[in-house]
Design a protein around this ligand. Structure first.
Ligand SMILES: Cc1cc2nc3c(=O)[nH]c(=O)nc-3n(C[C@H](O)[C@H](O)[C@H](O)COP(=O)(O)OP(=O)(O)OC[C@H]3O[C@@H](n4cnc5c(N)ncnc54)[C@H](O)[C@@H]3O)c2cc1C
Length: 370
């Protein structure tokens, strides 16, 4: 095992596990105050909710797939999944052993992603070619990814036949029924065929993988298909580690009001991985990152008394969710109202918060650097 030695003083070593929405921001905000190591299986940070646009416009990914080193210039990046944690160290699959004084766990959801930015950009190009050369597309999964992908294809390639199959009774189960119904009607108006309460039996694929049977025996013809099913939380790796008792029954990490893992002084968890009863959204994951960073800075800068006084508390606020429907429209659920069309579309659908997300990481919102 290779030990990674910290060059700076003891007491200021922070290890951030996971370079997604929450972890990338935490690492960026801490880099000049602490000796930070960011550990992620891939070399880049990706603005996750922009990925569906990149499938119909691969050049869009130039701004949304960002090498960690571009926004996190001062710290150290280790490219390997974390497999174990002790009271003092973090271990990666590649055998790195990294000591910490403060730990931030931000491993969100599991996904099998290419390791390099270039490979990820090529993947979008391949997916785009697959869509472009098909007359019909099957999308499996009616959560935000499936709905947004169906909408992107329906808007950019209106001549293609799009079929969306979802095993649940309604689309977008993470938000209210009103929003789901509006999205359903919108997709229908764009000639997307939506099949609910059914799954696709991929073992039944025939005709050169172009004909599929659903669980109720319906036949679907499609030149290509995309699986848009929800990704599991990336918390199984905590089993068998010093933190295995910190998981609840759903595999979420139990945190206190300061976003520290319950019973731990120096270990924080942020983003989708936490057990906070609230909608799992990126803007919320960023709020977690801000609170955890403030608390780590406070703890690093003071004695016990001072530290207690300065600790910030996270309180879930009002929630909103916006599901984009192509380049101009979206369906948005705000605390007291649900709306669909161009007006909510103005908030998200053109740039998909890409400029804003780049800006919070100190990057030019419009231009790709490096
Ligand atoms: C289609 C879609 C649209 C969305 N739209 C919006 C929106 O408009 N606004 C919004 O606010 N939110 C949106 N979201 C939700 C948002 O994407 C998530 O809430 C957000 O990504 C959560 O951030 P996170 O950092 O907790 O986890 P993630 O972004 O999932 O990041 C987890 C990171 O941890 C890494 N990791 C995993 N396991 C390990 C390990 N063992 N060791 C080291 N690293 C590991 C991963 O590689 C990844 O980099 C959308 C989601 C989807 C699917």
């Amino acid at each position: 095992m290779a030990g990674i030695e910290s060059e700076s003083k003891q007491g200021r070593r922070v290890v951030v596990i996971g370079g997604g929405i929450a972890g990338s921001l935490a690492a960026k905000l801490l880099q000049f105050d602490a000796d930070v190591t960011l550990i992620d299986p891939k070399e880049y940070f990706e603005i996750t909710w922009a990925s569906l646009r990149s499938m119909v416009e691969p050049s869009f990914a130039e701004r949304t797939v960002i090498n960690h080193k571009n926004y996190f210039k001062k710290g150290r990046v280790v490219t390997s999944p974390v497999v174990d944690i002790t009271e003092t160290d973090v271990m990666t699959a590649d055998g790195d052993v990294i000591g910490y004084d403060y730990l931030v766990i931000a491993t969100g959801h599991n996904d099998l992603l290419p390791k390099t930015r270039q490979e990820k950009l090529s993947q979008y190009q391949t997916e785009y070619e697959k869509i472009r050369s098909s007359k019909s597309v099957l999308i499996v999964g009616g959560g935000p990814s499936g709905v947004e992908l169906a909408a992107e294809i329906a808007v950019d390639f209106p001549e293609k036949k799009v079929t969306l199959v979802h095993k649940g009774p309604r689309l977008l189960e993470f938000i209210g029924e009103k929003a789901a119904d509006k999205a359903f009607e919108w997709l229908k108006s764009k000639k997307v065929e939506v099949i609910l309460n059914q799954s696709v039996d991929f073992n039944s694929a025939s005709d050169g993988n172009k004909t599929y049977k659903t669980s109720r025996g319906e036949t679907i013809h499609a030149d290509c298909h995309f699986l848009c099913v929800g990704k599991p939380l990336s918390s199984q790796w905590l089993n068998g580690t010093a933190l295995e008792d910190s998981l609840d029954g759903k595999g979420r990490v139990m945190v206190d009001e300061h976003l520290r893992i319950k019973g731990r002084e120096n270990v924080f968890a942020i983003g989708d991985i936490t057990n906070i009863p609230e909608m799992k959204q990126g803007y919320i994951a960023e709020m977690h990152a801000n609170v955890a960073v403030k608390n780590i800075k406070a703890m690093m800068s003071g004695g016990e008394k001072k530290k207690k006084k300065k600790m910030s508390t996270y309180k879930p606020g009002s929630e909103m969710a916006i599901v984009s429907l192509g380049r101009k429209e979206s369906v948005a659920q705000f605390p007291f109202v649900t709306v669909i069309g161009c007006l909510p579309g103005l908030i998200k659908s053109k740039d998909l918060f890409v400029g804003k997300t780049r800006k919070t990481r100190g990057l030019n919102p419009k231009r790709v650097q490096g």
